[in-house]
Design a protein around this ligand. Structure first.
Ligand code: DI6
Ligand code: FE
Length: 410
């Protein structure tokens, strides 16, 4: 029965934002305290309401020094495990080559596939561990990690195992997503449907090994068609696995409607999302995951339809999309900033997007994403005077403390 009391803090509970798809507040509670017992939030409230009875058995007291306590940040869309890097393609793009041109010429995702296939499990783990440590240093306590740079059975399995090992290391909770349908591997050139069939066969085996929490695909004219995604999602549904989709990133394929009709967790990217897709997402409660770093990196000009999503009551999450091609980013706070500067989210919406709505995008809104009694004590303590500072400073390193399941991290 270990209990920790964090006092002399202000709380941004994010509970008002969680209550509606796009409530605008931080759920502020000033001059507050929060009690953690057995890994969960046991009590929170105004400091002057804290009684000896509530605090009975407290083994440790933390002085928050007047900072702000928020739910631990949740990065609900990453490709954190990969081999190599793509700084050379960054140079090519600066010289004018487009992302699609590089992909069609065999670069892009495929060059990361070659590097990932060549890397051993320990090397992949070490590289990803370093990237995850940087997210953790900015308050992240939960992260989703996709496969999708292996594109053969052994390499997809290796990526998922590395993701599981990262979770077992305990610095952050990890959700694994199977994204074998990310790109067509060279050995299947001209045989796209055969590759989708292989993805489906591997899915059953890897799920049987306990490696998969959700299924994703890249629905795009340079990747997989809606019909192919439907086949994959049929297989996921038969296994009882939730689905999500890279949808409408580079063109409108109707992917958001497709994943919403399956009651999917999220549709991600969405720069080309249309009114039908928005209506389908609103009806299904599918979360819109905003990835402003990829938008920035690709120097896109077409914004996701933020106002229409907001008007329709679609919950918006924000994530880094950390990947070597379109978002080589291990800064959660930079993603928050870009959600505001590029996508015009309010700072409260952006923070909700990396807490309560990100929890919903991972299907764990009952356990995480807000400061509420009974939720897991995944917490971030910040040296800031106002919550909006999390979106405002660049490079400030404001984190003062982090707890994962009630355990204080170094
Ligand atoms: N969309 C993205 O932005 C990433 N994957 C995807 O489907 C990019 C992956 C890469 O370029 O390596
Ligand atoms: Fe992605």
């Amino acid at each position: 029965m270990s209990a920790t009391l964090i006092r002399n803090v202000h709380l941004a509970t994010m509970a008002d934002s969680a209550a509606t798809a796009n409530g605008a507040g931080y759920g502020e509670l000033r001059d507050a305290a929060l009690l953690v017992r057995d890994g969960r939030i046991a009590w929170l409230g105004r400091a002057d309401a804290l009684t000896g009875e509530i605090a009975a058995g407290v083994a440790e007291e933390i002085d928050g020094e007047g900072g702000w306590l928020t739910p631990g940040l949740i990065d609900c869309h990453t490709h954190l495990v990969f081999g190599g890097d793509r700084s050379h393609e960054f140079e090519l793009r600066l010289e004018g080559a487009s992302y699609e041109e590089i992909a069609r010429a065999g670069g892009g995702i495929r060059s990361t596939v070659a590097a990932t296939r060549a890397a051993g499990e320990d090397a992949l783990f070490a590289a990803a561990r370093g990237r995850l440590a940087r997210l953790e240093a900015e308050g992240v306590t939960r992260v989703e990690i996709k496969s999708g740079y292996g594109l053969d059975f052994d390499s997809e399995r290796r990526m998922l195992r590395v993701a599981r090992r990262l979770g077992a290391a305990g610095g952050a909770a990890v959700h694994t997503t199977y994204l074998a349908a990310h790109a067509l591997p060279p050995e299947y050139q001209g045989r796209q449907d055969d590759y989708v069939a292989a993805c489906i066969a591997w899915l059953g085996i890897l799920h049987g090994e306990g490696l998969i929490d959700a299924v994703d695909a890249f629905c795009e004219n340079i990747a997989f068609s809606p019909a192919q995604v439907e086949r994959l999602f049929d297989a996921a549904g038969a296994l009882g696995l939730p689905v999500k989709l890279h949808a409408e990133q580079l063109s409108d394929q109707g992917g958001a409607g497709l994943v919403a009709r399956r009651r999917g967790l999220s549709a991600d990217h969405l720069e080309w999302l249309d009114a039908d897709g928005i209506a389908a997402m609103a009806a299904a409660g599918t979360v819109a995951v905003m990835l402003p770093v990829a938008f920035y990196y690709l120097r896109e000009t077409r914004l996701p339809p933020i106002d229409a999503l907001r008007a329709a009551g679609v919950a918006m999450a924000v994530a880094t999309d950390c990947n070597p091609g379109t978002a080589p980013c291990t800064s959660a706070l930079l993603a928050l900033n870009m959600a505001c500067t590029l996508f015009r989210l309010t700072p409260a919406e952006a923070l909700a997007g990396m807490t309560c709505h990100a929890a919903r995008a991972l299907g764990v809104q009952d356990q995480a994403g807000t400061l509420e009694v009974g939720k897991r004590a995944d917490l971030a303590l910040w040296r800031i005077g106002r919550p909006a500072e999390l979106c405002y400073w660049l490079g400030a390193a404001p984190l003062a403390g982090r707890w994962v399941g009630g355990v204080k991290m170094a």
